[in-house]
Every structure is written in structure tokens, then in C-alpha cells.
Design a protein around this ligand. Structure first.
Ligand code: FE2
Length: 324
């Protein structure tokens, strides 16, 4: 099955002969959200196969007009929820429904660089779904980038860096504020990030996760992860550059954090800035900027594809939901 949509082209990236992302335009028969939910349910298996192969699918022209409509589509996919409240995400978000929340509350001029969702923590979702409730007047695309393609490029341009990533893994250091900092893309407070009320509880949680930590004078909390894998092997054998290095190196800059110091190899040794430049350039070269139209829904495989957020002007409301 699958019809009720047809494939369209939008100057995508080419990866191993197929276009990335896969873009579907809805036919008129998907006229209301009930029809969409039934169609998604009926095609669940095929959609998930296409997602695993291509990494991202954009659905355009669906009659999804509200957060509740989006919630319907999310539920119709029939996958378990990955809850933001229990995650260790650093982003400030607001829930609309139990499964749907605002993607990131950081100010419009702040760019959120390419990353695999929550790959800087030991727990991450396998898939993400985005919904454009309101397209911005300019900018605000969601960059999407295949990490298998990035890894192939890096193996040519920086083989030594790749083998150190593979052997050592990487660590991330982030200073979390005592209360939410809405000016930052990493502004979630340590209370909320760790789901704790007291410092003692925070310490217990971090210790259980294998993090190192240090309290700072303003009650902010510097936390360093254990060595986390930087390269991952997918079920089908493909190797991917699965981590949060680009976002951390380019973007974890705020009143508390210095971006270039936020990452290291797993043994604690610094990653050369020249290597990180090669990584960031490869990411930009291989990125497809998804230009949102109001009503668009996109499904992203978090193990295969990185995402981010370009700066924008005007209002932009993109909602998200995560799958376990
Ligand atoms: Fe994200």
C-alpha cells in the first residue's frame, strides 16, 4: 500500500542513489484527520521501513491544523512515547499534550546546530516527529543531515579522529542553571533536567548515571558525562556518526558555558578544533534544509539523521514528539 500520497522533489540531498529526505504530498482523499490517522495506521510497517532506509520523511498537504491533530497522527503510528520529563535533555520545552511539546523555546536568533536528539546522554529516543503549526515569515528551516554520509566523509578527511572517536567515545560537559535560562538553547535547570528537588537528589542521580559533577557559586551545576559512544552501528550494519559533537562544539555557548570546551574524547583529552571544523563542514555540506510550510509533518530516524534549527524572523511554532 501507501498511495493517498505521491512522492515529490524539492532539491534534496542524494545519498547512495536515493533522495533524502523522502517527501510525500497528500492526495485529496486524506481530507480529514481521521482519514490521515487510519492511513498512517494501515501503512505503519511500510512507513517505518522507508524511514529506516532513508532517515526522514516529510508529509506535506495533510489536514493537520492543531496540536491535537498532530497528537492524533503521533498516536496512529502506534509506537511508545519517550517522555521529555524523564529525559536528560538540556532544552527548555513546554508540553501541549502528554505526547506533544514545543520543539525548543530558545530565542529566534539562536541557531540550534546539528545533533542526534539527546545523544549527549545515556538515554535517547529512536525517532522524532515534528509538526509545523505556524511557518515563520523567513528562515527557521530544520536542517537534516544523514550521519552515515557524514561518517563516510570523515573517514576520508580525518581518519585518525574517527578511530579515536571509535576507541575512546566522547564526553560532554554542561553547566546547568539553578532556574531555567530562557535565553539559552541549553537553559533547562538542573532541577528539571534531573527531575529532582534537592542538591542531594541531584548528586545521587548524577552518580547513578556515571556523571562527574561540581557545584558552582551561583548554585549552577557543572556535569560531565561518562564516555559515551560517538559512532553507532545500525541494525542493517551501516555505521553512523551518532553523537552531539557539532551542536555542543558550535552551540553550547551561553552565560555559563564555553562551547569549544564542552566536548572531549572519552579519556578526557581535548578534541582538536581543526578536526571539529572538518566535522562541522561535512555536516553543512550534507545538510538538507527543510523549509517548513504550515501543516507539514516530518518523521525523523534519530539514529540515522541529525537535525537542528536555523535562526528565523517572525513567529515560528514547530511542535515535536519523541518515540522510545
Ligand atoms: Fe533536537
Amino acid at each position: 500500500m501507501i498511495p493517498a500520497v505521491h512522492e515529490v522533489a524539492l532539491a534534496q540531498q542524494l545519498n547512495h542513489g536515493t533522495s533524502f529526505p523522502l517527501i510525500y504530498q497528500a492526495e485529496a482523499e486524506l481530507q480529514d484527520i481521521d482519514a490521515v490517522a487510519a492511513w498512517v495506521q494501515a501503512n505503519q510497517q511500510l512507513l517505518l521501513e522507508q524511514l529506516a532506509e532513508r532517515g526522514a520523511i516529510l508529509f506535506r498537504g495533510l489536514p493537520a491544523r492543531s496540536d491535537l491533530d498532530f497528537d492524533r497522527v503521533v498516536q496512529s503510528l502506534g509506537l511508545a512515547n519517550f517522555s521529555y520529563a524523564e529525559s536528560l535533555s538540556n532544552a527548555v520545552r513546554k508540553n501541549r499534550t502528554e505526547r506533544v511539546f514545543t520543539a525548543n523555546e530558545a530565542p529566534p536568533e539562536v541557531e540550534i546546530y546539528l545533533h542526534h536528539e539527546m545523544a549527549q546522554t545515556p538515554v535517547y529516543p529512536s525517532k522524532l516527529m515534528f509538526y509545523c503549526e505556524l511557518a515563520p515569515s523567513s528562515g527557521g528551516a530544520t536542517p537534516l543531515c544523514r550521519s552515515d554520509a557524514v561518517l563516510s566523509v570523515l573517514e576520508e578527511r580525518a581518519p585518525e579522529f574517527v578511530s579515536r572517536c571509535e576507541q575512546e567515545g566522547v564526553r560532554y560537559t554542561n553547566v546547568m542553571p539553578a532556574s531555567a535560562d530562557l535565553a539559552s538553547g541549553q537553559g533547562r535547570s538542573w532541577h528539571s533536567t534531573l527531575s529532582v528537588a534537592t542538591k542531594a537528589e541531584a548528586e545521587a542521580r548524577l552518580s547513578a548515571l556515571g556523571y562527574g559533577f561540581e557545584w558552582l557559586v551561583d548554585d549552577s551545576l557543572r556535569a560531565t558525562t561518562s564516555a559515551l559512544p560517538a559512532i553507532r552501528r545500525l541494525d542493517d550494519g551501516r555505521r553512523v556518526f551518532f553523537n552531539q559533537l557539532i551542536a555542543a562544539f558550535r552551540g553550547w555557548q551561553d552565560a555559563r558555558n564555553q562551547a569549544s570546551k564542552s566536548v572531549s574524547f572519552g579519556d578526557g583529552q581535548a578534541i582538536a578544533e581543526s578536526d571539529m571544523r572538518i566535522v562541522c563542514d561535512a555536516g553543512e555540506e550534507l545538510t538538507f534544509d527543510l523549509p517548513w510550510q504550515t501543516g507539514d509533518i516530518a518523521l525523523v530516524d534519530n539514529f540515522l539523521v541529525m537535525h537542528g534549527r536555523r535562526p528565523f524572523q517572525g513567529k515560528r511554532r514547530v511542535l515535536a514528539s519523541l518515540f522510545d
